[in-house]
Design a protein around this ligand. Sequence first.
Ligand code: FAD
Ligand code: MLT
Ligand code: ZN
Length: 440
Amino acid sequence: MGKYKGQSRLVLKPKSTQEVSQIMKHCWERRIGVVPQGGNTGLVEGGGVPVKDEVVLNLGSMNKVRSFDPVSGALVADAGCVLEVLSQHIAPHGYIMPIDLGAKGSCHIGGNVATNAGGLRLLRYGSLHGTVLGLEVVLPDGTIIDQLSTLRKDNTGYDLKQLFIGAEGTLGIITGVSILTPPMPQSTNNLVLALNSFENVLPIFKKTRARLSEILSAFEYFDRNAYELVVKHKLGKPLAEDEIADAPAFVLVETSGGNKEHDEAKLQEFLEEVMSDESLVKTGVLAQATEQFQQLWALRESIPEAVSKEGKAYKYDISVPVSTFESVVAKTRERLQEKGLYQTPGGVREVVGYGHIGDGNLHLNVVAEKYSDEIEAALEPFVYELVESHRGSISAEHGIGLMKAHALHYSKSKESIALMKKIKNVFDERGIMNPGKVLE
Ligand code: FAD
Ligand code: MLT
Ligand code: ZN
C-alpha cells in the first residue's frame, strides 16, 4: 500500500530448501533478522517490509512443481510457484486450485499459505487450514521440517503445519506446499443482482443457498460506491444505467457444477424467482458467454485496483455479522464527517464496502487523497472498537502485519496473545523471523 518503506540492503533468492536452510543457519548464528517475501501482493500492511535492516529472503526462484497426482488431486509444489501458474499446470488434468484471488497472477502459493488467504472460492472449498495437506518449512535456526504429506488423514499427534498457515512468516520459511485440488467444474456461470436495499442481501443469500445448494460457488457483495469507482476507472463494464437506477447494493452469485443444462436451468429458475419479487431486486444480469462472465466478475474483482487508482487506501478487512456490513460503512463515513475529514481538501474521498458475504467478511476501505495522522486518528481505534462491539475480527483474511500488531487485543484475549508469544519463542527465541510482525 506504499505505507511503509524498507531499509534492507540485501535480497537473497535461494533456489533450494537446502540453500534456505544455510541462509537461516547463518542468520540465526549472527542474529540477523529475515523477512520472507513471496509475490509481494499481500495486504497485511507492512507484512513483507524489512522495516529495519533485515535481509529479504525472496522465494521467487523456488518455482517448480514437485509432483501432481491426477487421481487424488494432491499437488506438491515449491512455495515460490505463482498461483495462476499452478492453476495452468493442473487444468489439463481436470483440476483447479481450491483458492482464487484477484492477485493470482503474482501471488505465490507460499505467500497464500503464510497469510492464510481466503479469496473468492472459500465459500465452496473451505480455508487453507483444510485444503493444505502438508508443508515443508525451514525453521529460524535452519532446521528443515519435512511434513510434505499427501495423506488426507493423519492423526499422529499435533498437526504442526497448522501453526505456519497464517503465521505471516513469523515462525519459519515455508519452502514447499502440498495441497488438495478439487476437480474442475464442468460448467461455471454467474449473475449480478442490483438490489433495492442492503436489507435484501441476507434474504437473497438464504434463498440462493436453498435454491442453488451444491452448485453455489461464490456470493460476493459490493456497495454502490465500490461499483462507481470501478466504472470511473474503466475497470469494469457498467450495467444498464436505467435498470440499476439508484441501487445501493449489488451481489455477484457464481455457480460451478457438473452438468451444464442442469446448472443453467437451476440458475435461470433462481433468477426468475428473485426477479419476480420487485421489492428484492431492481435487476439481474445473467452471463450469456465467457466474455460476459469475466465482465461481471470484473465489477467485483477490480474493486481493490479501482480503490488504489482513486487514492491512498486505509484498508480494514474485518469479520462482522453480515447484517451490519452497511451500517459499519455508514458509521465510519459519519465519523469522518463529524471530524470534518470527509470529502474535504486533502481528506477522505470515499468510504466503500465490499466483500465475501458467504464468509461474513467485509472489506471496509477508506480512500483518501493522502495518508495523514488526522485521518488515522479518526479511524483508529474507532474501527477496531466497532469490530470489537460485534465480537468480530480485525483481520478476517489479510493478516496482521506490522500495522495491526498493536491492535491484536481487539480480537484476541490477553491469555491467547500470551500463548502466541510463548509459541513464537519456541520457534524463534532469537526473534529473527519477520521481526515486529503479528506480535509486537
Ligand atoms: P507476500 O505479499 O510476498 O507476503 C505476505 C506475507 O507472507 C508477508 O508477511 C511475508 O513475510 C509472508 N510470506 C510470504 N511468503 C512466505 C513464505 N514462503 N514463507 C513464510 N512467509 C512468507 N487476500 C485474501 O485473503 N483474499 C482475497 O480475495 C485477496 N484478494 C487480493 C486481491 C488483490 C488485487 C491483491 C493485491 C491482494 C489480494 N489479497 C487477498 C491479499 C493476499 O493475502 C495476497 O495476495 C497473497 O496471499 C499473498 O501472497 P504473496 O505471495 O504475494 O505474499
Ligand atoms: C478482495 O476481496 O477483493 C481482496 O481481499 C482484496 C481487497 O480487500 O482489497
Ligand atoms: Zn477479500
